[in-house]
Design a protein around this ligand. Structure first.
Ligand SMILES: O=C(CO)[C@H](O)[C@H](O)COP(=O)(O)O
Length: 233
């Protein structure tokens, strides 16, 4: 018997990492107005990744500027001591790295216990099988298509095959597959065809620096992905 499942919604999630940090509230409002579905928040600790971005207090300051989902990507190790702070800051999704350790299963349980959606992120060298024994605890898989730490890097093509593997593993479950790093209209169609439904983009959204530019940039990614999904927009 053929089973059919409702496809996960197409999501565009601008990464605030590429915005102008001198006016974060304004930038959050601008991408909201430009059609962002989620606001992607890259948290870096200078330890798990070789860069430092911002923490829960800055996220709390951004929170009043939009009602859109705050999709936090924690590139920090350890992560467990900070999960509650990110939940209290207003994050709706909290994604931790499979490689950050030490206890992925416990971290996911803790995120769910805080009433938030739990995500697992996979570095480019990490196989899809890393999520095999936590599938019941995840709402989102974030496949990195660059090595985490910096915006503006070149897209790593092996992410496409990994997305297909993840899609097969989560089939029939209400789990979003998100892709992050070097995402632009030229690759969005291939990523959507492989099974990604949520697209994080920093440089490709924030180029231009105006609401009108952000609107055009978001629409271009959405259009490429929707076309590959056989959807009208
Ligand atoms: O997680 C990240 C880096 O670790 C960023 O979200 C990602 O790199 C987005 O930036 P760009 O679209 O410019 O590649």
């Amino acid at each position: 018997m053929t089973q059919s499942f409702t496809p996960r919604p197409l999501i565009i999630a601008p990464s605030i990492l590429a915005s102008d940090f001198s006016k974060l509230g304004e930038e959050v409002r601008a991408v909201d107005q430009a059609g962002a579905d989620w606001i992607h928040l890259d948290v870096m600790d200078g330890h798990f990744v070789p860069n430092i971005s911002y923490g829960p207090d800055v996220i709390k300051a951004m929170r009043p500027h939009t009602r859109k989902i705050f999709d936090a990507h924690l590139m920090i190790a350890p992560c467990d001591p900070y999960l509650e702070a990110f939940a209290k800051a207003g994050c709706d999704h909290i994604t931790v790295h499979a490689e950050a350790g030490p206890h992925l299963h416990r971290s996911l349980q803790a995120i769910r216990a805080l009433g938030k959606k739990a995500g697992v992120s996979l570095n480019p060298a990490t196989p899809a099988s890393a999520i095999e024994y936590v599938l019941d605890l995840i709402d989102l898989v974030l496949v990195m298509s660059v090595n985490p730490g910096f915006g503006g890097q070149a897209f790593i093509r092996s992410a496409i095959g990994k997305i297909s593997d993840v899609r097969a593993m989560v089939a029939g479950r209400p789990i979003d597959i998100e892709v992050d790093g070097g995402v632009a209209p030229d690759v969005a169609g291939q990523l959507a065809a492989a099974g990604a439904n949520a697209f994080v983009a920093g440089s490709a959204v924030f180029k231009g620096g105006t609401v009108e530019a952000y609107k055009t940039n978001i629409a271009a990614i959405r259009h490429a992905a929707a076309e590959a999904r056989g959807e009208a927009i």
